[in-house]
Every structure is written in structure tokens, then in C-alpha cells.
Write a protein that binds this ligand. Sequence first.
Ligand code: GLN
Length: 483
Amino acid sequence: MINASLKELSAALAAKQLSSVELAGLFLDRIERLNPLLNAFITVDRERSLAMAREADARIARGESGPLTGIPVAHKDIFCAEGWLTSCGSKMLSNFVSPYDATVIERFKAAGTVTLGKTNMDEFAMGSSNETSFYGPVKNPWDTAAVPGGSSGGSAAAVSARLTPAATGTDTGGSIRQPAALCGLTGLKPTYGVVSRWGMIAFASSLDQGGPMAKSAEDCALLLNAMAGFDERDSTSLERPAEDYARDLDKPLAGLRIGLPKEFFAEGLSADVAQAVEAAIAEYRRLGAVAVNISLPNMKLSVPAYYVIAPAEASSNLSRFDGVRYGWRAPQYGDLADMYCKSRAQGFGAEVKRRILIGTYVLSHGYYDAYYLQAQRIRRLIAADFAEAFKSCDLIMGPTSPSVAFGLGAKAGDPVQMYLSDIYTIAINLAGLPGMSIPCGTGARNLPVGLQIIGDYFGEARMLNAAHQYQLATDWHRRAPAL
Ligand code: GLN
């Protein structure tokens, strides 16, 4: 059961081979046994989960179930969920029990899924290794001395260790795709605006996007069907007709044009990752696709531009955490200004403070033109590079991460090295494009390697089609760590 696809789980529930309560119990027992080792969950609430499972069972008995009814899903602790501690991995929100549901949570509830718990993450989603969490680092289930990636590292570790069949994540610069790659999963970041950000704690609003993390492309398609859709409460949500993201899964790939950007296969890419990615491209050729050489000339500017834009937006978004209405308040302080200062000094960790400082600096009078405006211009150039590239290909492929999972602590003291972990993922967020990562082999220390698939705007169904066809022909996505 722990390795079953969502479709198989749904069929087993419909056939009454097992109940949703039993299924949730199975995963809750695994969480109880393995979470002390992995630290993938911040909050687990057995009674609350089982109550949801009982409701799902009643729905199935009434014949009112959909494709996800009764299926357990874990949610990144960035999504506000009514009655659940919603910490965002920070001391600042370590006492915040959300009074409302994010749209994503609401949609999963409407689909009848069972919340298994809230997963660990880098503090306010800032990081690539899950080491900035106030709740301690998450361990990679393939090698507990290695990081799971970040910032959705708890969700990635939880799915990889089969503590949950599926999870949600968010991706501002790679936080779904990079941990999916490092933990051997399939993860998808939709086109900006496809999934509502309402109730998803904001990091960098023009880049943040929620998406699914699961074992396969087929599972991700079903999850995205539940997550996506217009939401009038999010002013950047796109009003488009509903799509079935599973509609093209079975299409053959003959004639598919895959763009290979030369910048993705240059200096900085580990040989083991390059080898696995090249083998995956060869498999796509066998499936009938044709490879096209392309170039994204401004790609090298994506990391510096991101580290101006994302901190700028974060410094503004995080100003709401002032110790007044909710969240951490310093136990002792003098006047009001002192209360703000002490609460923020105590509530935020080092990486969050670094981003607030950088963001405030680049937005300040005198530096705005030199940094922020320049970064916005680069952002435009990067989007134009992709538009040009998609004239000659249908999808773009390359590595998700320059290396396999690195050791815990290996980059924690060197922010620039850490920032470079997202060198292949960040440009996609700057352009607002959809991207995903699928397992495509193993590299050093037998750890998983991820293949990144990038689509044109609203190319989710096409990306999922390519991923699914690859997964029908290979079994990398079926491998699970021995735990
Ligand atoms: N690692 C990047 C950062 O630290 C991206 C994080 C994310 O996508 N949330 O900002």
C-alpha cells in the first residue's frame, strides 16, 4: 500500500478493500516510527486526521467520492490550515494556530483528502537544504547524513520515505523541484497564477507558486486538478477555464521537440548528474522525441537578479510580523519600537534577517535604480530568452540541481554556495513558467538525480505527458529508500 499510486489507492478505497481510516492509520504509524529520524513533520495530529478520514469514509459510503476522496496528503507548513499550527518553519509563528484555511487547503478538503500533518520547511521558505528551519533540519531518507533539499524538504522527505502518498510544496526559486530531485520524486511548479496564493504565507509574491509533490507524474496531474483554479481572493490568480491536467498523459511523444539549453550543460554541473540527464534525453529520443540545441543567454544573470527581487519582496512581506497581532512577541521590552525590534530580533533566524537586510537595502533611495530596477530589467530579458527558445521547441530539459544531495552542514556556512543550488530552477520563476522535476537516475553515493522539464506558459499538461511517458518506459520513479 505504501508504494501504491493515487489511482490504485482510490480504487482500493472504492472497492472497500480498506477504509480511509485504515489508510491514514497506516501512514500515521509510519510517521510515528520514522519521523524522529527524519524530522519531516512539524505537526502531526492523529485525532484530527482520523476525523477527516471518517468523514471521507462516510462520503465514499454515500457514493459521493471523487478521485482523491479518502487519500492522505501532507501539507507544507506554509499553508494556513484551520486549527493547525502553521509555523512557516519559524519561531515567529511558532504559536500561530491558523483561524482559516488557505485556498489550496480548502480545495483539498473539498476533494475529500485527509490532512496527515504539516511538513517541515526552511524558515519562510528561504533556503535550499531545509537547514534554516526553527524546528531543525530534515534528513534525506536516502542518506540521513545528507540534506533533502529545500525549502519544501519536509514534504519531499515525507513522500520519499512513504510517510504520505503525496504532499504540497511551494516554489519561489526551486523549492518544489530541487527537493523533489534530491529525494527522487516528481514535483511540479505550475505557471504563475494557476494555483491560488491566498493563505499561502508570502515570501516573494511575484515568484511564489504552490504545487504537488508525489511519486509520479500521473499522481501530480490528479493533485494539480484539485489545487488549480481561479480564486478571486488572490489578485494574481488567473481566470481561465478549468483544465484536466491528466488529459494528455497517454499521448505518444513522436515528434516532440526538446530544447537543450547549452547553458544547462556547462561548467558547474557535476559529471554524475550530467550523465544521468544525458541518459534520460537518450531515452526520450527512443520514445520518438527530437533534441534541439537552444541557448538562454541571460541565464547566468538569474541568480543575482533573483537575490535582489526575492529579498526586496520578502522585506516588504515580512514587515507584517511585528509582534502585535499574532506570532512571537518578546517577553520583555520597553516602548513600542523596542517591542517591534526585540520581537523581530528574537522571532526571525539568521537567513531571514539577511534577506530582510538585503531587501531593504536594494529598495532604499539611492540604490533602487542601481539594483532593483536593473534586476527587473534582467527579469524581462530572461523571459524574452524563453519566448525565443520556445519558437524552436515544445519543452526544455536539463538538470534540476547541479549535484545530488549534499551533506548536512556542507553549505550552511556559505550563503553564495547555497544560493547556487538553484542555478537551474530560478530563471523559470523569474519568467513565471511551469517546471517540474522527475527522477532520472542515480549519481554519487547512489543518490537520486532529477531531470528538469520546463514548459511554455500553461504547458502543464504537455510536461506531465512527457514525464508520464518516460515513467511508463523506466522505473526510476518506483525506487524508494530502504527504511
Ligand atoms: N532556495 C531559494 C531561496 O532560498 C528558493 C527557495 C524557494 O523556492 N522557496 O530563496
